[in-house]
Each structure stands twice: as C-alpha cells, then as structure tokens.
Design a protein around this ligand. Structure first.
Ligand code: SAM
Length: 250
C-alpha cells in the first residue's frame, strides 16, 4: 500500500498519513483510510483517565478498535494507556484491532507507519519524550512523501491483535459486558440504512457497562451521535464538544 500525506482537511491537522481512497470495482469511492498517531479529536489523557475510572472495579475489559486503518490508532491507544495508566494496561489488552480493508491489516501487521515531520513531532510530544521507547524511526527510501517510518518496538508488540473485519457484520453478535468499542471516523462512509443498523445493533448487542468511542467526523458528517441516542445511548461526560465523543447506555 502506498502511504502518502495529504493536506486538505475540513477541520484541523496540516498533515495526514495513510490517506488513500478505496474504490469498488466500478470505480465508486468506498472509504478513505486516513489515520495518524494520536489523532487530535481525542484528549488522550482525559480519555484514558475516564476509562480507567469507569472500569476501575472491573477485572477485564474487552477493547475492540474497529476501523483501525493501518494500526496507528490502536498503537496510540496502547501508548496512551502505558503513559497515563501504566498500572492498568493489563486490564485493557489485548486490543482487538479490525478494519474492513485487508491491505490496512497487512500494513498494520508489518508495522511500518509513514510519518512526516509534523507527525513525528506530534508523536514525540504526545509520548512525552518517550518516543524511542515505543517506536523506531526508520528513514524512507525517498520513493514516498513520508520522511520516516515509525515502527513499533517490542513493548507494543503482541498487545494488539489485528484482524480483517466488517463492523456491520460483527455487531450482529452479542458482545460481552464491559466492552469498549472504538469506531472512529468511519460512519460518514456508511449508507444511511447501514448507519441506522449499526446504531441499532450496538444498542442491542453491546453488553452492560460498555462504551462507544467516536471521532469528530462521525458526528460532524455521519450523524452517529443522534442515531446512538435514538437507540438508548447517552454522551459520556468527558471532553469538550468536538473531542472525546463517547457514548454509553448506563
Ligand atoms: C478515515 S479512516 C479512520 C481510521 C481511524 N479510525 C481514525 O480515526 O484515525 C476510516 C477507516 O474505516 C474503515 N472502514 C470503513 N468501513 C468499515 C467497516 N464497515 N468495518 C470496518 N472498518 C471500516 C476503512 O477501511 C478505513 O480504514
């Protein structure tokens, strides 16, 4: 998969890596694979503190990161747990990371994440000077617009299980209590009836004490919050209007 930064974006960052459209056989756009480390529609520290507090009396949490793209998102969740709640990491791993697009999962398993200078600096800041502990910086060959690859070190390996999967199929099965399901920045690619179905099955099949984590675009372009509320979810009291968009039923 070719990994390239793009500059256009409707809200914030100057840089995005891993941004490719995926098309169907007729050439229609299906979805874009855009992601990057520590996407800034989460206040990562407050999100981790909220989850640790919510699940403090629970021995094991089932963490599913759907629409994980090339793996930078679950790696960010994992680094954030290690940084902000090292004593509680075990409870939240392994993270089950899934994406519908097999190339994303293959890239995630290879573990070479393209990064520009901006991406490198944001990751450096977010990891509080511990970047080298988590990631190895490998210069690119010059055939890509990325300046580096950031490749996960052993401290992050074996704590994330990558699998190809379609969230619309997975949510049709009952999920355990104490599930955290992240499905961020993907609702806008679903057809209206698919969004309705996704919200309905999340409401029906997530176990007790579960949490859904959305991204900025899911509400801004995808109507996800309204649909979840229609199915019994409430916004969790964490973050400001545009960040930490999390829902639960209890
Ligand atoms: C814009 S990216 C967002 C990646 C990441 N969640 C983030 O916020 O940075 C959207 C991702 O959703 C995935 N996707 C689209 N439809 C999906 C589905 N039905 N099930 C699972 N993943 C899906 C795409 O392959 C793509 O990687």
């Amino acid at each position: 998969m070719r990994i390239m930064p793009v500059t256009q974006n409707i809200y914030q960052p100057k840089f995005k890596s891993n941004a490719n459209w995926v098309y169907d056989k007729y050439g229609n756009e299906l979805y874009k694979t855009t992601t990057y480390f520590f996407r800034d529609d989460l206040d990562w520290e407050n999100m981790i503190k909220f989850l640790c507090n919510r699940y403090k009396d629970v021995p094991k949490v089932n963490f599913i990161n759907h629409a994980c793209s090339n793996g930078m998102e679950p790696l960010s969740f994992l680094m954030a747990f290690i940084i902000y709640a090292p004593e509680m990491v075990e409870k939240f791993i392994p993270i089950i990371a899934k994406d519908i697009y097999q190339e994303n999962i293959s890239a995630a398993k290879k573990g070479f994440c393209g990064a520009s200078v901006d991406d490198f600096l944001r990751t450096h800041n977010m990891t509080q000077g511990r970047l080298k502990e988590f990631l190895t910086l490998i210069p690119t060959s010059g055939n890509t617009k990325d300046l580096f690859y950031l490749s996960p070190n052993s401290v992050l390996k074996d704590k994330i299980i990558f699998e190809q999967g379609d969230i619309l199929k997975d949510v049709r099965y009952t999920m355990p209590d104490n599930t955290i399901l992240s499905c961020r920045n993907m609702w806008m690619y679903l057809k209206p009836h698919q969004k309705e179905q996704l919200a309905f099955y999340l409401g029906k099949n997530l176990g007790k004490n579960s949490t859904v984590i959305l991204g900025f675009l899911d509400n801004y372009e995808g109507n996800a919050g309204n649909l979840l509320e229609k199915n019994g979810f409430k916004r969790c009291p964490v973050g400001t209007e545009y960040i930490n968009i999390m829902y639960s039923k209890d």
